[in-house]
Design a protein around this ligand. Structure first.
Ligand SMILES: Cc1cc2nc3c(=O)[nH]c(=O)nc-3n(C[C@H](O)[C@H](O)[C@H](O)COP(=O)(O)O)c2cc1C
Length: 180
């Protein structure tokens, strides 16, 4: 058996990864930032962890406001996801750029995205620097999903936006589903 050694591209050995859109706002500014490095961290208390670069406008807004939204987009929004991931909210209104609609959250001031299908409303719980990213931990204040897509997990009506790398996204192959 021979192996290919992977240098800087090693994170893509643990993709595809569900892409989410982080929303954050402070005063009259907001942004939408795609994130593929995200995971549940604790069930009780409910904590979610993401890796976010300090240079992202989202990082600045999230630290200043102490809160953020996690929005789960379906695959048919991939072009808008890519547009949000290749521009900064520092010099663009990403809602105006993409046509995404702001939706009022219940527990945080940051807007949610109407076109997404599931949401976590989070309070900033911890922020630690590791290498070139920050580990951002959010306490999940409210989690909700549009009716019909989730039983105890997502069902086949949901087309996730899985990030392979760069501008490559794919769906879940529901036909391959098996119970083992
Ligand atoms: C699919 C996708 C996934 C991404 N995942 C991350 C991530 O996990 N962490 C991160 O810091 N940036 C990630 N990025 C890059 C940011 O989304 C990108 O730099 C964005 O333009 C920052 O916007 P902002 O300056 O308005 O926050 C990702 C981009 C894309 C397209």
């Amino acid at each position: 058996m021979s192996f290919q050694i992977i240098q800087k591209d090693w994170p893509f050995l643990i993709h595809p990864s569900l892409t989410v859109l982080l929303t954050a706002s402070y005063e009259d500014r907001d942004t939408i930032t795609p994130i593929a490095w995200i995971m549940p961290l604790s069930g009780e208390p409910p904590l979610v962890a993401t890796a976010l670069k300090e240079t992202r406008f989202a990082y600045e807004l999230l630290v200043k406001s102490g809160e953020f939204g996690v929005n789960v987009p379906p695959l048919d929004q991939a072009e808008k996801v890519w547009a949000c991931g290749t521009t900064s909210g520092r010099n663009q209104d990403k809602f105006a750029l993409t046509g995404f609609q702001r939706m009022k959250a219940e527990r945080i001031k940051a807007p949610l995205i109407q076109e997404c299908i599931a949401y976590l409303e989070c309070r900033l719980f911890a922020d630690e620097s590791f290498g070139d990213h920050h580990l951002i931990v959010g306490e999940v204040l409210l989690a909700k999903v549009k009716e019909g897509l989730f039983d105890t997990c997502f069902n086949e009506k949901f087309s996730p936006c899985l990030h392979l790398r760069k501008n490559l996204f794919l769906n879940a192959d529901w036909k391959s589903l098996r119970a083992v």
